[in-house]
Design a binder for this molecule. Structure first.
Ligand code: AMP
Length: 215
């Protein structure tokens, strides 16, 4: 099942991606996670990406398209994947389409997690992520049972460097200007499924799962 989770920063792509990847036994492929790993490892690619990430801007298309090309060729992605945070603009979507066309394995569906803009800031400033398993919490909305510690694996929770108000403002602007046009792009391909990304996390998972089951 070759799918994309589309939505603004804080719309729940990562949260849903982790759960759905387990449920469907396919990898969640997050360009943000791949880039953060490269930054932590101090690789050349990480050094190139860091400045844009710290500013809440997009990393170059060349870098992220290269990362995706390699990652979807991995063995664990042969039965499909959930792309999270890619594509982020029309050029990336076109590159993805042509890459998948060459492989004879086009995208099957895109799910838009629709969340009101006002809610995103609170979600992003309160977000905490488990270092070990990637589970996502929110200190305001869905805190872990013990502060700073993951409920499922006891891993340490951290706050992302780009989850501060100034950078968040820029990331939301970048989303509106560069990523939101993908809604029309995938609508034109009859691949877009839109669901409300608010409310109970499990109900959202069920709604996305129903779409995955139908494609
Ligand atoms: P995310 O974890 O998806 O919120 O991404 C964090 C940051 O990584 C973004 O603000 C961008 O700087 C960078 N990034 C992630 N995915 C992409 C992408 N597809 N294209 C360009 N930059 C990206």
């Amino acid at each position: 099942m070759r799918t994309v989770l589309l939505g603004a920063p804080g719309s729940g792509k990562g949260t849903q991606g982790v759960v759905l990847a387990k449920k469907y036994d396919i990898p969640q492929i997050s360009t943000g996670d791949l880039l953060r790993a490269a930054v932590s490892a101090g690789s050349e690619l990480g050094k190139k990406a860091k400045t844009a990430m710290d500013a809440g801007a997009l990393v170059s298309d060349e870098i992220v398209i290269g990362l995706i090309r390699e990652r979807i060729a991995d063995d664990d992605a042969k039965n499909g994947y959930i792309l999270d945070g890619f594509p982020r603009n029309i050029a990336q979507a076109e590159a993805l389409d042509s890459m998948l066309k060459e492989m004879g394995q086009p995208l099957q569906g895109v799910v838009l997690l629709d969340v009101a803009f006002e809610e995103l800031m609170q979600r992003l400033t309160g977000r905490r992520t488990c270092k070990d398993c990637g589970a996502i919490y929110n200190v305001h909305l869905s805190p872990s049972k013990t502060a700073g510690q993951c409920d499922s694996c006891n891993g340490e929770l951290f706050q992302r460097a780009d989850d501060n108000e100034e950078t968040i403002g820029n990331r939301l602007k970048v989303y509106q200007e560069q990523t939101a046009p993908l809604i029309g792009y995938y609508q034109a391909q009859s691949k877009l499924h839109s669901i409300a990304g608010t409310g109970d996390i499990d109900s959202i998972t069920t709604a996305v799962g129903a779409i995955f089951d139908s494609i």
